[in-house]
Design a protein around this ligand. Structure first.
Ligand SMILES: CC(=O)SCCNC(=O)CCNC(=O)[C@H](O)C(C)(C)COP(=O)(O)OP(=O)(O)OC[C@H]1O[C@@H](n2cnc3c(N)ncnc32)[C@H](O)[C@@H]1OP(=O)(O)O
Length: 507
């Protein structure tokens, strides 16, 4: 008989532990927006939104969130970290309208002895008093065992003594943090198995940190060992190296732990990640799994070719699950297949020779370290198709453009017209103006008139990311006829010169 997966509570602590990222501070309205998204779109089970007592701003944020949560039926999913401080945190919680406290207590003898400078019995008595008061005031109590991981390593008897005490208390959840992110997966498995087996009646959350880049792996082991809930943050934000990242942990659980399930909507993970990136100013590395800019982009031509033939480079980690799309990078490692995949996404088909030319152009740009994006492709194609139809009787062979302080820009130009070579030098108000003046001299010598330039427009392909290309579109008037030519290059003046060469071949 297949066993139905057990439900894991996901507690997101972006707004409390995540905000402990150095340099990050959310405004109350940003906190409210993120809290709403987490509970209504991402559908995490609980959110921790602040530490009590911290500041006026924090109080305002908690008040705004609890007001909304109460009206929306989410109040019992909104948690605040509190301290063993008599009635201070409890009062703060009550005034802020919060209902669930996550009481921070000491999970290692080392912390208890050296930070609080107290004996276990004294600590337990103070905790019992806070819990009693909180319960009397109608608050629900969860308890953190801060530094539990080191407690298990170095003072296990203290941890058992403490949990023996806690199981006598009206506590809903016991939260086991690897506060310094020092555990390796095998230890997480061993410690949580032992703890869960010893106290089967208690609910245990596991709270991982990422100091050794093991946050997600440790979450996986914690769940295998029987943890009932996990704490995660968007984009892995958090103090030092951060917490276990929500998106990675959910993807790993969904793909590798059929024995558990969560209520989290994968499809919302990318958009919430981007929103938090914007609000926090904390940039996501491009290679951050699931949410990073590059993680669904194939760069190598061979990979694009394999995907086209039989999705050979796909894995279960499909971008569409997270509201994203696979991309094929354009650059010097692109092959024809990369380009074809991009063209297919744009709905464009090209003949084999044109496809080769486009590929060649992209490789050349890539070699110059230029970044080409999908948005550049239509520009490159129209440039190449334009050139296909124009017979090259005029060719700009060489030029030197100068631009300096206090001297006028100047140009030395060598041009071949129907096989005849001309060389001219001229100055102008700008580099392109100097170029046109030199050109006029050549055509004057040939007793030929040049079209009049009536409009000159420069644009950068949309998309905002490309530093590769600039398109110049010039409108000409000649024999009472108006026509446009286009030039495309990474340099603006060169793109204008290319547009001009096209004009010279049309007259
Ligand atoms: C798991 C975690 O990440 S823990 C994160 C907890 N959250 C925070 O620390 C939020 C940010 N902190 C703050 O804003 C402040 O530290 C406050 C408001 C909580 C306290 O500020 P202050 O009164 O100025 O104290 P300060 O920060 O210097 O020191 C902390 C005090 O708390 C005590 N303390 C440490 N842990 C606890 C605890 N679990 N319960 C009660 N007191 C504690 C320390 O012993 C120290 O007390 P002492 O000054 O009597 O020695």
């Amino acid at each position: 008989m297949p066993v139905s997966p057990r439900y894991i509570e996901v507690m997101d602590t972006t707004l409390r532990d995540g905000e402990q990222t150095s340099g990050v501070s959310f405004s109350p309205s940003e906190k409210l927006t993120i809290a709403q998204l987490l509970l209504t779109e991402v559908k995490v089970d609980r959110i921790e939104i602040a530490s009590a007592r911290v500041s006026e701003g924090e109080f305002a944020a908690v008040k705004a969130i609890t007001k909304w949560a109460k009206a929306s039926g989410f109040l019992n999913k909104v948690e605040v970290l509190t301290f063993v401080d008599g009635d201070v945190s409890v009062d703060w919680m009550l005034k802020a309208g919060a209902k669930v406290m996550n009481l921070l207590t000491k999970g290692s003898l080392n912390h208890l002895t050296h930070q609080l400078k107290k004996k276990p019995e004294q600590h337990f008595a103070e905790i019992a008093a806070v819990i009693k008061l909180a319960r009397k005031k109608g608050l629900e109590c969860n308890v953190y065992l801060e530094d539990w991981s080191n407690g298990m390593r170095h003072s296990r008897e203290y941890v058992w003594q403490y949990l023996d005490f806690l199981q006598t208390q009206p506590v809903k959840r016991v939260m086991l943090p690897d506060t310094l992110g020092v555990l390796i997966p095998s230890e997480v498995y061993a410690y949580i198995s032992e703890t869960v087996q010893r106290y089967p009646q208690l609910h245990f959350d596991f709270h991982a940190h990422n100091d050794y880049d093991l946050g997600t792996a440790n979450v996986l082991e914690g769940l295998k060992a029987g943890a009932h809930g996990i704490h995660l943050t968007i984009n892995g934000m958090g103090e030092r190296a951060g917490n276990a990242p929500l998106a990675s942990a959910i993807a790993v659980m969904n793909d590798f732990l059929p024995t558990v399930k969560t209520g989290v909507a994968e499809s919302s993970l990318y958009s919430v990640s981007k929103l938090v990136e914007t609000f926090s100013g904390f940039r996501i590395p491009a290679n951050k799994p699931v949410v990073g800019e590059n993680v669904f982009t194939q760069t190598a031509g061979i990979h694009a070719d394999g995907d086209k033939k039989n999705k050979l480079y796909f894995s279960d980690l499909m971008p569409e699950r997270f509201g994203r799309q696979r991309k094929y990078a354009l650059g010097k490692t692109s092959g024809k297949a990369n380009i074809e995949n991009n063209l297919a996404q744009l709905g464009i088909q090209l003949s084999e020779p044109d496809l080769k030319k486009v590929t060649q152009r992209i490789i050349e740009l890539g070699d110059k370290k230029e970044v080409v994006t999908q948005a550049d492709l239509p520009y490159i194609i129209s440039d190449i198709l334009d050139s296909n139809t124009i017979e090259e009787k005029v060719k700009i062979e060489n030029y030197v453009l100068t631009h300096s302080k206090a001297f006028k820009p100047s140009v030395t130009l060598r041009i071949s017209i129907k096989g005849e070579l001309y060389e001219e030098h001229s100055q102008g108000d700008g580099q392109y103006d100097a170029f046109m003046n030199a050109l006029k001299k050549v055509y004057k010598a040939r007793k030929q008139e040049l079209p009049m330039l009536t409009d000159y427009a420069v644009r950068i392909p949309p998309g905002g990311k490309s530093d590769a290309l600039c398109e110049t579109i010039i409108t000409w008037r000649y024999n009472n006829r108006e026509f446009k030519t286009r030039g495309l290059d990474s340099d603006q003046t060169v793109s204008a010169i290319k547009a001009t060469q096209k004009m010279l071949n049309l007259i």
